[in-house]
Design a protein around this ligand. Structure first.
Ligand SMILES: NC(=O)c1ccc[n+]([C@@H]2O[C@H](COP(=O)([O-])OP(=O)(O)OC[C@H]3O[C@@H](n4cnc5c(N)ncnc54)[C@H](O)[C@@H]3O)[C@@H](O)[C@H]2O)c1
Length: 444
């Protein structure tokens, strides 16, 4: 935004001093293609990073709340409530600091009607005479393509209540500096909040839908790559999000669907809640089925078996491992007694160990049950099988003949994302198992 609005000052504030120090350093706290260049070009111009929330809010006409909204309370029933404590805390901080009328924008993904909660807090804690207008402007960026998604969004949604027309216009005019007008959509506050939850639910549902078909493919001898292509060429269906995989991950899909399920239950819409809950159950079962097939291919007994894992991030193009299905696969393999050697091009060792920390092997770097490797060849050395758990393009370009030579024989390649050329690997002597295709080594 700072790069597209040169005349406007953007102050990013966060209570986490470590993160802010990283934003002000050469090593940014997150990896996103193109982000480093953008931050370098704007930092010190119209973009600053600090922990001084008060000062930033005091000088602002518009405040975006983009804090974390994790999954909170889990009840006996379906779904889970969103933990809104950070949003509430921010609203109180904004109310205390603001000296003039301020537009407060929900950027975080929140349950429906959170806007009313924010407005109430602002009203209760704000100074007399200071007006607030609450808008919803959900963020649709996708990790791995975040910069591109922000610069060329499919749409920008801006929701507000009837008395917020001026505030909505002000936010629209900010985006209009680089987003075509027809892509900026205004609507009511609750509709904007729900659009975000519904979008994530629909995307995750597509993943679970194609994954359910991949199980049928494996059973009947069809190939999910062909079925996906054939379905996706129908313009009513479209080809995106139709790639079979070990399941979806990331910080958003799981918690947002849990939130939608919780919301539906709380509205007495039990069938709706069950419908969306099934998307999550399908996701878990896909990961479990992948582990069963890999185990069966390796002979059924993994006790002491050396397994190479390529990829740990929840998707390619990011170092994010929140809710990564790779962790679920690794946990299940460790529980079956396998020894893992993991390589991911973007995820540091500490992060992988933290994700797997419930297992004691993750706590000590000298524990031979879990090694984190600096390249794919080291990970594959001595392994009985190589498992691809993140669809990094570089995995398709590895020297697979060299990998085959490094592995124990017979060597298995188990592809959870269809990034490998199965036929070429078979010619090199690999025994292959691919998601969504029948394999003579795994029939479960
Ligand atoms: N990550 C994504 O790709 C993505 C995409 C769309 C929407 N979202 C939504 O955006 C929101 C943020 O997601 P994220 O991945 O950036 O979360 P995150 O946990 O990585 O970052 C949130 C930041 O907010 C800070 N924070 C919390 N409370 C604060 C307070 N009171 N004052 C100052 N700083 C505070 C934390 O220190 C943290 O650095 C979530 O609601 C998420 O669902 C995320």
């Amino acid at each position: 935004m700072a790069a597209r609005c040169p005349g406007i000052q953007f102050a990013v504030v966060d209570s986490d001093a470590g993160r802010i120090a990283a934003w002000n350093s050469d090593k940014l706290p997150i990896y996103e293609p193109g982000l480093e260049e953008l931050v370098r070009s704007q930092r010190g111009q119209n973009l600053s990073f600090s922990t001084d929330v008060d000062a930033a809010v005091r000088g602002a006409d518009l405040v975006m709340l983009a804090v974390n909204t994790p999954l909170g309370q889990h009840g006996q029933g379906l779904g889970g409530a969103t933990d809104l404590r950070c949003v509430e805390e921010c609203a109180r901080a904004v109310a205390r600091a603001a000296r003039r009328s301020t537009i407060v924008v929900e950027k975080s993904t929140v349950p429906c009607r959170t806007g009313a909660l924010i407005a109430k807090i602002l009203q209760q804690h704000g100074r007399p005479g200071v007006e607030f207008h609450v808008l919803s402007n959900p963020e649709f960026l996708s990790e791995g393509t975040a910069v591109r998604d922000l610069l060329q969004p499919d749409r920008v949604i801006i929701g507000g209540q009837a008395d917020s027309d001026d505030a909505q216009r002000a936010l629209c005019s900010l985006y209009a500096r680089w987003v075509p007008e027809e892509r900026i959509v205004t609507m009511g506050l609750w509709s904007a909040e729900l659009t975000k939850l519904a979008s994530n639910a629909l995307l995750a549902q597509r993943v679970s839908s194609i994954n359910s078909i991949s199980a049928v493919c494996e059973a009947v001898g069809a190939d999910i790559a062909d079925v996906s292509r054939g379905c996706g060429m129908d313009s009513r269906i479209g080809g995106q999000f139709l790639r079979a995989s070990i399941g979806f991950g990331g910080s958003c899909f799981y918690k947002d669907i849990m939130g939608l399920v919780w919301l539906s239950e709380s509205l007495g819409l039990h069938e709706v809640a069950e419908y969306w809950d099934q998307v999550l159950r399908m996701n878990d079962s896909q990961t479990a089925r992948f582990v069963r097939r890999a185990t069966q291919a390796m002979g059924g007994d993994l006790d002491g078996a050396q397994v190479a894992v390529l990829g740990f991030a929840y998707k390619a193009g990011t170092g994010d491992t929140r809710c990564t299905p790779a962790a679920r696969v690794c946990e299940q393999l460790l529980a079956r007694g396998a020894r893992l050697a993991i390589y991911d091009p973007k995820v540091p060792e500490r992060q992988i160990r933290d994700c797997l920390a419930p297992h004691e092997a993750a706590r000590c770097s000298s524990d031979r049950r879990l090694r984190i490797c600096s390249d794919a060849y080291k990970a594959a050395s001595g392994a009985r099988a190589v498992l691809v758990l993140t669809p990094w393009a570089e995995f398709g370009c590895l020297d697979w003949a060299r990998i085959h030579g490094l592995m124990a024989q017979p060597a298995y390649a188990v592809d959870g994302h269809r990034v490998l050329d199965g036929l070429a690997l078979e010619q090199l002597g690999f025994r292959t198992v691919s998601i969504g295709a029948r394999s003579e080594y795994a029939d479960c």
